[in-house]
Structures are given as C-alpha cells and as structure tokens.
Write a protein that binds this ligand. Structure first.
Ligand SMILES: [Cu+2]
Length: 425
C-alpha cells in the first residue's frame, strides 16, 4: 500500500490508519506495515500540561551595550505553583525571553497549553492580544489554531487553554499570530517538535528518531533545536518609542540563532549573560533577566549522529554551511523525505520553513584540538551562514552573527543527552 499523504482521501486514510482491512496496531499504538505519515489511534495517550505567559522585556544585542533591544516573548511558567493571573502578572510582566521555549512533545499525546497575556510594561497604551499558532500543524481545530481572524485571541489579563493531539511527528515552529508581522519580529517565535511513536524501539542501533521510519534511517544520538531569525532595530526601537514601522522597509542588523548572535550563541542554556560586555538588564525594573536563554551550542562525541531541528521564522532566506561535515537532509517541513533525502554542503531555509538534518561527528583529532572548554579539548566545526554580511555584529571586526560551533569531543566524553539542546559548559 502506498504511503498516505496529506492529499489522501478519507477512505484511503481510514484504511491506512488501521480502521480498514490492513495494518496491525501494536500495544504501543504504533501501526506497523506502513510508512511514516500515519494518523494512528492512540493506545495510551498521556496528557502534557504547560503554562506560558506573554509579555514584553529586553534582550541584549551586540554593539548596543546598555541599550538592549525591546522585545515581546513567551516564558514557560509551568513550575510556578501559583497560576493565578494576579500572581503571574506580579512575577513575570515585563520579563520575557526570545527565542521562545522549545516545546518537546510525543506523538498522539494530549497537550494542553494555557496562555496568559500579562500585558506590556513599556507600552501600556498597546492593548494587543496574543495567541499561540503552531506553524505547519496541519490538522488543528480552528479554535486552537491561534489565527485571531478566525479564532480567539487572549486579551490582556485573560487565560486561554489550547488543546492539541499531534498525530504527525516532525519539526515545526510556533509563534504568536496576533499582529503577526510585528509580534513575530518582536520575538514571539520558537521551535516545537513531535517525537515519533517509534522512539524507544530499536532500529539500526538507534532508539531515538526524527520520524517513524521503520528502519532507523532517521535515528540520532543527540538533537538540537535551532531557530534562525533576524532583528531589525527599527521595529524594536519603534515599538519602544511609540513609532510606526513600515515592514516593507525591512533591513535587519542582527542575524541570530535562538535569539543570540555569535559568540553569544556558544553560551550555555539559561545564561544570564554579560560576555562581551553586554547586559540583559531591564531598564523598567533594574532586574536581571535571562532574556536569551536558549543556547545554540552543538556538543557531540566523536562517532555520534546528531539531529539538527532547524526552522526559520525571520523574513529572509538563509543558506547555512557546516564546513568539514556533510549534512544529510532527511526531513522538510515536518515531513520525512525518505528516498528524497539528500546530502548537501549548503542548506537553504526560507521563512516559515523547517528542516531535519543529520550529521555524523568525525573522529576526534587529538593532534589538532581547536578548542577547549570545561568539558575538555575538542575539535571545532562552524555551523554558519554562508553570507559574510550575516556573520558580523554591526560591522564590528571579527566573526559574529548567524554562527555557532559544533564541538566534537573524544568518544564517550559527554554523558547521554537528557533534553534537546543540552549544554555541558
Ligand atoms: Cu503576540
């Protein structure tokens, strides 16, 4: 039977999903005998509950010490025992981050995300709502799709709980869809991915996979979620100063990975950060926010296979290179490429697009260590934009912009990875 696709008729879909004659549902809920794009009935769905708040804040950018960029963003407050609106406003209003938290879900789970709109400190006149839009998620109910024109949005001081049951695994992205050209540029963007039901089984020597491949061709040892983006100062300063911006004049100054420009891309997760003399101080409160907490550092042991979950929520196309290590593109826009997978030295990624890229970490070359950190000496490979104009921080000398390091350590140096994009420095 051919693999069902998004254009599959309802009758074909029902057959493929196991309600027809063919296909067997295992105890784990995985339909066997088919390819990866199945919609399968869930045998043991669990419920994942998240609480996110939306507000404003400031993020550091190279070249503007003491003058951070005004941003909007989402923060994960699930662990706060007090989820009342009044408490969340008192704790988190005016303190936000970009990029947004990376959301890690399992196929077929029930997911409930409560979004609380805290309002804006810098712009109390701006009464914008916010939403959560799961970009590329092809079977939402309209109410949970976050497009305000055809759905609901969350006004200031209110909470809305979104519900999803993702039947399709893969790498997606998410963003606020309210005044989306503005709110997306202001920082309300992140990566969301869905692990396949196949995870935990053994195919080809792997137990973690990008997709339900049936043979391990999308297996990996470590995975990293990296959002490509740009900052255009006019939009951020204009929003801060109550000035209109013309989006068609878009001319960004900073080219970023997970909200950071090199060398800040190398700093660990949850970094409070003053490397290179920058500050994340919030002038409204004089507080110290972790405004860009998502590291873009890639740390692997020699011989391991790594999965890069990449998405672009800027407004420009980017061409990324990893000189010295071939890239194997096995997924595109949350679809397994299968026999269309390809090897490349240059990865093109347009706005709103996602890619799943595997690479094999080369052997560690002890005679030529090119870096050293608290883990140890390692070989460095650069994952970077091929456009030299996007490798600079406001024209300052030395490398900057959309670049990070792949650090390859001797085999078995790093312990097994527990969470996506884990950092060990
Ligand atoms: Cu918004």
């Amino acid at each position: 039977m051919r693999e069902p696709t998004r254009g599959t008729s309802r009758r074909e879909f029902l057959k493929a999903a196991g309600w027809g004659a063919a296909g067997a549902v295992t105890a784990g809920g995985l339909v066997t005998g088919f390819g990866s794009r199945l919609l399968v009935p869930s045998a043991k769905a669990t419920t994942t509950t998240l609480s996110l708040v939306a507000s404003d804040g400031y993020a550091n950018v190279p070249g503007r010490p003491g003058d951070p960029l005004y941003i909007f963003g989402f923060v994960n407050v699930t662990d706060d025992p007090d989820q009342s609106v009044s408490h969340l406003v008192s704790q988190y209003k005016g303190h936000t981050q970009t990029s947004a938290p990376t959301l890690d879900f399992l196929q077929n789970d029930d997911i409930k995300i409560t979004l609380t709109n805290l309002g804006l400190v810098q712009r109390p006149d701006l009464t914008d709502s916010h939403t959560i839009h799961w970009h590329g998620f092809d079977i939402p109910s309209p109410l949970n799709d976050g497009v305000p024109e055809v759905s609901v949005a969350v006004p200031i001081g209110k909470q809305v709980t979104y519900f999803y049951r993702p039947h399709r695994e893969g790498t997606y992205m998410w963003h606020c869809h309210f005044e989306d050209v503005e709110h997306v540029q202001m920082g309300m963007t992140g990566i969301v991915f869905v692990r396949p039901l196949q995870d935990g089984q053994n195919f080809g020597g792997f137990t973690k996979f990008a997709y339900n491949d049936g043979n391990g061709t999308t297996g990996y040892d470590r995975h990293f979620a990296i959002l490509l983006n740009e900052f255009w100062s006019t939009f951020h300063d204009g929003d801060r100063d109550i000035q209109e911006s013309i989006p068609t004049d878009y001319d960004p100054q900073w080219f970023i990975l997970n909200g950071r420009a090199y060398p800040d891309t190398l700093a660990p997760n949850d970094w409070g950060g003053t490397s290179s003399g920058l500050t994340t101080e919030n002038p409204n409160y004089g507080t110290f926010d972790k405004s860009t907490p998502n590291s873009a550092l890639i740390q692997v042991n020699a011989g391991e296979r790594a999965l890069l979950r990449l998405a672009d929520l800027g407004y420009q196309q980017h061409a990324m290179e990893l000189p010295g290590i071939p890239m194997h593109v096995i997924g595109q826009d949350a679809s397994r490429l299968g026999s269309s997978a390809y090897w490349t030295n240059t990865l093109y990624l347009g706005p709103g697009e996602a890619r799943d890229v595997l690479f094999d970490a080369p052997a560690f070359n002890a005679s030529k260590p090119t870096g050293s950190d608290s883990v140890g000496t390692h070989n460095v490979y650069y994952f970077k934009n091929r456009d030299w104009r996007k490798l600079s921080n406001l024209g300052a000398s030395g490398p900057g912009g959309m670049m990070t390091e792949v650090r390859v350590y001797p085999a078995s140096t790093l312990p097994p990875q527990n969470v996506v994009s884990q950092t060990y420095v």
